[in-house]
Each structure stands twice: as structure tokens, then as C-alpha cells.
Design a protein around this ligand. Structure first.
Ligand SMILES: [Zn+2]
Ligand SMILES: [Zn+2]
Length: 142
């Protein structure tokens, strides 16, 4: 069982199931919302995600016509991105997941809009926007 929590601890969750996808998104929305050079996301089955506490402290932000992000009202920690085009999956912010659960090799997306002050120093695959098979459900960069 994978577990996680926000910074203030009000919201705790668990994920029953494996991390199926692991990406680092450099789009401007992820950069702003995570206050960071990029956001890292664990793709998991939505059916396995469950709040253990604090669900009423979770609020949502519709970040594009087809994507919604959730975060803690009290501390601002990001929980996940949900894409209308992938109703059975959630992209959970890796930073709110506890420990070091098993996951596939990562890759970088939206590298074409990465922060000019950040350089990528690894050999993982890079995509200017999203990999071809994710094109239609990628969050819109703004
Ligand atoms: Zn919180
Ligand atoms: Zn992004």
C-alpha cells in the first residue's frame, strides 16, 4: 500500500495498486502550482486511491477545460491531476507520496516550456510536449 499526506497533515491518503507511470512535467502550470522547476507525477489507477482523513480540506482547481487539480485548502500541497480523457487514472504528485515506492523509469514532458533557469541533468527521455500517445489528454500549457 502506498501512502501519502500533505504538509500540514490534515489530508492523508492511500493508494492500493502500483505506480504505472512516472513523469516529470515542466509545463508552466506545474511549475507555478508546485512552486518548483517541475512537477513529478505517479500515474495510478483511480479506483485504488482513497482518502484516509481530511477529504473536506481538499479543494479542486480546474486548470484547463479537461483537467482538474486538487490541493489542501490549509497548506496548499498538490495531490493529483485528473484528466477527463483518462477517467480511470490519477496523476498523483510524487512529492506528497511517502517513502520510495517502486515505480517505472521516469521521463520528462513539456520540456519545450521548461524554466529557463533549470537544466536537466539526467539521461531520461525528454518530450517537448507530451509523448505522442498522450497528446490528446495533455494539460494545456499557458
Ligand atoms: Zn494540508
Ligand atoms: Zn505540467
Amino acid at each position: 500500500m502506498i501512502t501519502g499526506k500533505c504538509e500540514c497533515g490534515r489530508v492523508q491518503f492511500e493508494i492500493d495498486g502500483p505506480i504505472e507511470d512516472f513523469s516529470h512535467c515542466h509545463c508552466s502550470q506545474c511549475r507555478r502550482m508546485h512552486g518548483a522547476a517541475f512537477g513529478s507525477f505517479a500515474g495510478v489507477a483511480k479506483a485504488g486511491f482513497r482518502y484516509l482523513s481530511g477529504e473536506t480540506d481538499v479543494t479542486a482547481y480546474q486548470s484547463s477545460a479537461t483537467s482538474t487539480r486538487t490541493f489542501c485548502k490549509a497548506c496548499g500541497s498538490n495531490f493529483f491531476v485528473a484528466l477527463d480523457s483518462e477517467p480511470d487514472r490519477l496523476y498523483v504528485a510524487m512529492g506528497v507520496i511517502d517513502g520510495d515506492p517502486p515505480r517505472p523509469d521516469g521521463y520528462h514532458i513539456y520540456v519545450g516550456s521548461k524554466a529557463p533557469w533549470h537544466d536537466i541533468h539526467d539521461d531520461l527521455p525528454q518530450y517537448d510536449t507530451a509523448p505522442a500517445d498522450e497528446e490528446s489528454d495533455a494539460p494545456q500549457d499557458t
